[in-house]
Design a protein around this ligand. Sequence first.
Ligand code: FES
Length: 146
Amino acid sequence: MTEIYINGNLYKVSLPEDTPLLWVIREHIGLTGTKFGCGKGICGACTVLLEEEPIRSCITPLKAVKGKRITTIEGIPANHPVKRAWVELNVPQCGYCQPGQIVEAYALLKKNPRASREEIVRTMSSHLCRCGTYPRILRAILRAQS
Ligand code: FES
């Protein structure tokens, strides 16, 4: 039995300790906002926060988050400036990668509310978007800062 806190709720899961966190979140807890993209830690679609740090949940085993606090896209309030900016600027196209993008942007602004344009671009460059919404993502993060 492994205990984890997701979005402030305690969950007790009976799964092998090497089960990827992404499967736990989606299949066993039923929070499907976090997406499966590459499964190799490359695309960023599966990003969640471990305490305050963005991690790739597809390559993070359950044992690494035992007793820790996880935040998924569902755990970020709808009225948070980052989510509001995403809606106001119609950032998503297909939308698949956007939960991971938003979680990364949320973590960045929490850590550094005045992050420069260069820091934003550098941080967000670890996330892939097949629709090429990068310019809108940048504008949304800049708007969320204002
Ligand atoms: Fe985890 Fe791509 S699905 S990084």
